[in-house]
Design a protein around this ligand. Sequence first.
Ligand code: SF4
Ligand code: SF4
Length: 111
Amino acid sequence: MTSWGYSISRPRSIDIDRNDMSYSKELLREYPELQTCIACGNCTAACTAANFTSFSLRKVHTLVRRGEYQGMAEELEKCMLCGKCRLACPRGINTRQIVLTIKKHLANRSR
Ligand code: SF4
Ligand code: SF4
């Protein structure tokens, strides 16, 4: 079967008012440039980990900005911290550093 490099997400509803947005706001305060993300997906297209796994950096930072953290710690374990995503981002967002920051936050939350 031909692989087009993406898959169709299952339909689901999001009630953003019920999500914990405190960390998302903190992340956007620390990295305001993340608000300029145009969801182009270049970070995922260039991603080394995405070549070998289902990892999608665009999905991860989109969900975290929405206050959705379920499964994120496991997802971020797939990142190799190579930094290619940062080079590919047309907005110059420091995506690698954002991965590290989210990982640190999730580790602190689980303590
Ligand atoms: S490459 Fe940059 S602008 Fe594009 S989705 Fe990734 S973080 Fe957003
Ligand atoms: S730093 Fe992580 S998310 Fe960015 S390209 Fe490398 S493996 Fe992918």
